[in-house]
Design a protein. Structure first.
Length: 82
């Protein structure tokens, strides 16, 4: 039988780690439907208000493959305990 873990190690196993999730608007398009608000809301509900550290808007530029033009898009970066 294995010996029990020291209390410090056992306490660290239950602590939540700081994590970052970035949700980009372009990743939330499905067959012409914009699901950005729905996906962000579902993620925030899943992690819970008490675990949110910060929510920051982001802007980024990408090449649209259809038009070959640079497109400016947006998203959100969420720092949370999980």
């Amino acid at each position: 039988q294995k010996p029990n873990k020291p209390l410090e190690v056992a306490a660290k196993d239950t602590e939540k780690r700081m994590r970052v999730k970035t949700i980009r608007h372009t990743d939330c398009m499905e067959v012409g439907h914009d699901r950005y608000d729905e996906i962000v809301s579902e993620f925030l509900q899943k992690i819970g208000r008490e675990n949110i550290i910060s929510i920051s808007p982001i802007n980024y530029t990408h090449m649209d493959l259809g038009t070959r033009q640079l497109m400016t898009e947006y998203g959100v970066s969420i720092v949370y305990n999980g």
